[in-house]
Design a protein around this ligand. Structure first.
Ligand code: KG4
Ligand code: ZN
Length: 339
């Protein structure tokens, strides 16, 4: 079964072709980061318009790359939510219009299910069940994943998501958007121990997170510096901020493995690209004889491959072909059911 996947929930247009026998055949991405950078964040209307410009050329590109034509497709998967409604509408309406003209079935994919399953696109994927840490710009969740569609929430953030904390902290330090890569870059020249930031909820006894206090603590540090705030101080604060977030994430992942009795962890979402987080998780899981799996770096952030893959997994069981559609800008992952 050959599935075209379309991702357009936020600021990346991602297209991919996944074949249930041969695996991922091709993928392509257009990131709008440069377009939104001057505004310091995603401008929804600009995002929607750019998805319109990119989706069809990228579709032609992934088909050509794989030596396929539209006639070879068996179905189309698209991100139905959660995300920006206008941006979701672009991918959704293109997917349904293409499918209508080609008489193909479609499936609306949950964006977070895409992230969650992205590590399964790699070699030696883990078997179910496993613990998943989903760390993106909008989510910080720990889940027990027993099968596709069988997701038990173990812990969640009470306020900001980890990626959001990176983005807001970067803004406070005058760094570029998106904040995660920018913080990680300058943290590499930071000095250990120059500043002390809290480790929120490290010993809360549950698997929940809270990151908004950390951002406030950074704000206080920045204000204390006044005109003295220079590149080295910024790097020192970024270093300590990254230490605080990655320590909490790592400790809670290990607690989730311990509580569930499982020995496999997968990490997905944009913050999963963070090198310090990977370093900490690699050594913590090794110490406990557990295994950790990540998507390749380019599939940590938004992409079409994860949508084509999640869509293909579900389409083997169910799909629709009436081509009526609706987007779901707010959509709780817990509402999903096994296909
Ligand atoms: O998964 P994603 O592309 O989009 C959402 O669905 O939210 O994640 C984007 C988030 C942003 O907050 C970005 O700052 C963060 O992931 N991010 C990182 C890194 N790369 C991206 N955070 C920390 N370190 C990174 N290297
Ligand atoms: Zn995402």
């Amino acid at each position: 079964m050959l599935i075209l996947g379309i991702e357009s929930s936020c600021d990346e247009t991602g297209l991919a072709l996944y074949d249930t026998e041969q695996g991922l055949l091709s993928h392509a991405l257009h990131s709008q980061i440069d377009m939104h950078a001057e505004y310091g964040g995603v401008v929804p209307e600009l995002a929607s318009r750019d998805h319109i410009r990119r989706a069809l050329p990228l579709t032609r590109h992934v088909l050509a790359q794989a030596g396929k034509t539209l006639q070879d497709l068996d179905g189309i998967a698209y991100t139905q939510g959660p995300g920006l409604s206008g941006a979701l509408l672009v991918g959704t309406s293109i997917a349904e219009a293409l499918a209508f003209s080609l008489n193909l079935p479609t499936i609306g994919v949950h964006h977070l299910e895409g992230h969650l399953l992205a590590p399964l696109l790699e070699a030696n994927p883990p078997d179910f069940p496993f613990v998943a840490l989903l760390v993106s710009g909008g989510h910080t969740q720990l889940m027990r994943v027993s099968a596709i569609g069988d997701y038990e929430l173990l812990g969640d953030t009470l306020d900001d998501a980890a990626g959001e904390a990176f983005d807001k902290t970067a803004k406070l330090l005058g760094l570029s958007y998106p904040g995660g890569p920018a913080i990680s870059r300058i943290a590499s020249t930071g000095t250990a121990g120059a500043y002390q930031l809290p480790r929120p909820m490290l010993n809360s006894g549950d698997l929940n997170f809270s990151f908004s206090g950390l951002k406030t603590a950074v704000l206080t540090l920045v204000n204390q510096q006044g005109d003295q705030l220079n590149e080295q101080i910024k790097a020192d604060i970024a270093y300590e901020f990254q230490e605080a977030v990655t320590e909490v994430l790592t400790k809670k992942c290990m607690a989730a493995l311990r509580n569930t009795g499982l020995d496999q962890l997968i990490v997905s979402g944009g913050v999963g690209a963070n090198a310090r987080l990977r370093e900490r998780l690699n050594s913590a899981t090794k110490r406990r004889h557990c295994h950790v799996h990540y998507p390749r770096l380019e599939f940590c952030t938004d992409n079409g491959a994860m949508i084509a893959f999640a869509g293909a997994m579900r389409m083997q069981h169910a799909s629709t072909s009436d081509h009526s559609f609706t987007v779901r800008p707010r959509w709780d992952l817990a509402e999903l059911q096994a296909p």
